[in-house]
Each structure stands twice: as C-alpha cells, then as structure tokens.
Design a protein around this ligand. Structure first.
Ligand code: TXA
Ligand code: MG
Length: 309
C-alpha cells in the first residue's frame, strides 16, 4: 500500500508509473494532464497521433469519459469488467485530444488486477496507459520486462509479478451500427456475441487508428517467422529457436526447440515471456509453428502474425 501511495503522488505531480494489469503492464499517466501524457509518448517513442486507452476504477466513471454509452456497451462493461476488454465509445467533450489521437472516440477499460484497481481507486481519476514497451515491441508481462523496455524513462514501476492473461485486451468498437472487434484478445468474439445476442464483426485489414493493428507490431528484434507445419522447418539461418506445441526431436545442436502449451490460455500466458527470453539469446531466427484455426486461438494467431511482420 505504501507503493500505491508513492505511485499516486508521482501521478498527481505529472509523472508516469508502470503498473500491472491482468493482460500486460501499462505505462500510466493522469489522462487529464497534457504534460504527463506527452511523457508517455516520448518514453515509448510512440507517434503522437496513436490513441491511448483510459483505465478507470469504476463503471460509474464511464460518463466522465464517454458522451454516449449504449445499452449494449453498458451490458458488455457490466459483464466483462473488470477484465481484458476495451470498449471504444464516443468521447466526452473535454477529453484531451492527446488521449484520443484527435479522434471523436475513446478507448476505456477497467483492468482486473488488484494492484491496478487499488491504484485507480486511490488516484480517483482515469489513467491513460498503453502497454509499457517501446513502440512496436513486445508488451511486457513482468516488472523486469518493463525495466528492460523503458529503463529510466519511467518514474516508478509497481511490481505485481507476471500477468495472468499475457496478451493485450480485446478491443471492440461500439460506436457504429454493429460492434466491431478491432483487436482480438482472450475475450473472444463468441463470448461477446453470446452476451449481446447479435453478430459481431471483425476488422479485417489494419487501420492506423489502432497501432496494435499495424502489420509489424508486438515484434521481437530477432527475425521471427511463422511456419504452417514443423516439416517446413529449414536449417538455413542457424542457430535458430523453434516454438512448437508437440515435442519434436531434431538432432542439431543449433536448433533449440521450445515446447509451448496446447491450451490457448496457457499459450497466451507464456508467449511474450518466451519471445522476450529468446530475443536475448543470439539466435539468427525464431520460428513459430502456426496455432489452430479455432476462435480461442484468434488473439494468439493475430499476435504471431504481427510478431512475424
Ligand atoms: O490490455 C491492454 O489493452 C493494455 C493494458 C495496459 O491495458 N493496453 C494496451 O494499450 O494494449 P496500447 O496502447 O498498447 O494499445 C491500445 C490500442 C492501440 O492499438 C490504440 O490504437 C487502440 O488501442 N485505441 C485506443 N483508443 C482508440 C480509439 N479511440 N479508437 C480506436 N483504437 C483505439
Ligand atoms: Mg501496445
């Protein structure tokens, strides 16, 4: 709790604080303080027109940030918050343009993590928080990874251990006629459709509105490739690391194989940790075996495709 007080004091003075959420670590700033918001963009080296998600501590704060909350949006909030779902809504008039990237909409969520919730409750207002990584890189899922990514650029890091979910929230745009998933996450399209009792669309091609929807994003520094099947593994750029879901035996000391879980939730939990560890070793390439086509794997498939450009 002492750390929460320290974090709140830093935020009130316009500093930036990294904090754990259930998905990945966020880099938080007072969403109404322009100088603090600018620090986020410079720490991440993120383009200024990329919008930020505002994290709130209570559903009653929705109206501070959104001018319009439809019944469907409210139903999703009540069902999935606190949790790994970001709602895109029409923004309230006084939301800073730096938060929304000059758009008329805003991304909002209540994260499901005790430290994030304590921080938000103690702070009282909204915290704009992108993932606490350098622009384009893998999101951090441990405090250690935040330190590696941001070093001295962050004023304080709240350490909550490894994140439970491991990939970023599902983003659903609720401002149009039908809900549209802009970024898949571990709350699936099917779960959202079941709650809303209507079909939900998925955005197909990348739009610059969502930086996480650019084609190369969430990427290791090491060249990373996706293969359909392990039989496609070629031994050209050695040493290499290969991620599979079945045990393989390759008699080559320059091939390091990593056995990934066969369960999507466990896979998501391990993915960024694994890529980050492999990225530190001197592999010429990281090769990843494709994951199943089922919806439970949507978020993972999406991140793998982006990690591989
Ligand atoms: O799980 C998460 O969502 C994590 C944790 C920290 O909450 N946050 C996160 O933030 O992934 P960030 O900034 O790395 O990704 C947020 C995505 C970006 O791709 C951004 O473009 C999109 O949300 N976004 C934010 N506001 C938006 C808006 N008004 N319209 C469309 N996309 C928006
Ligand atoms: Mg990010």
């Amino acid at each position: 709790m002492q750390n929460i007080s320290k974090a709140v004091a830093i935020l009130r003075k316009g500093g930036i604080v990294a904090f754990p959420t259930e998905t990945v670590y966020g880099l938080g700033a007072d969403a109404r303080n322009l100088a603090a918001l600018r620090k986020i963009f410079s720490a991440k080296r993120r383009p200024m027109d990329h919008p930020l998600i505002v994290h709130i501590g209570d559903i009653s704060q929705l109206s501070d940030w959104a001018s319009e909350v439809s019944d469907s949006a409210l139903l999703l909030a009540k069902t999935f918050w606190p949790g790994p779902l970001t709602l895109i809504l029409k923004k309230a008039a006084d939301v800073p343009d730096l938060v929304t990237g000059n758009q008329s909409t805003i991304g909002l969520r209540i994260p499901n993590h005790p430290i994030a919730l304590s921080l938000l409750q103690a702070f009282g207002g909204g915290l704009a928080a992108p993932s606490a990584n350098r622009f384009g890189r893998i999101s951090p899922t441990t405090a250690e990874a935040v330190r590696e990514e941001l070093g001295d650029a962050v004023d304080f890091i709240l350490d909550g251990g490894p994140c439970a979910v491991g990939v970023e929230s599902t983003i659903v745009d609720m401002t149009g006629e039908e809900p549209v998933i802009l970024r898949p996450g571990m709350i699936s399209k099917k779960q959202i459709e079941e709650v809303l009792k209507k079909p939900v669309a998925s955005q197909k091609k990348s739009a610059p509105r969502v930086s996480g929807s650019m084609e190369s994003h969430y990427a290791p520094v090491t060249k990373t490739r996706l293969i359909k099947d392990i039989s496609e593994l070629s031994m050209d750029d050695l040493p290499l690391a290969v991620l599979t879901r079945k045990k393989i035996s390759i008699n080559n000391e320059n091939v390091h194989s990593v056995l990934m879980p066969n369960d999507p939730e466990k896979y998501a939990h391990d993915l960024y940790l694994t890529l980050r560890e492999l990225d530190k070793k001197n592999f010429k390439q990281i090769v990843i075996e494709a994951v199943p086509e089922e919806q439970e794997w949507d978020a993972i498939r999406d991140r793998l495709m982006r990690a591989c450009g």
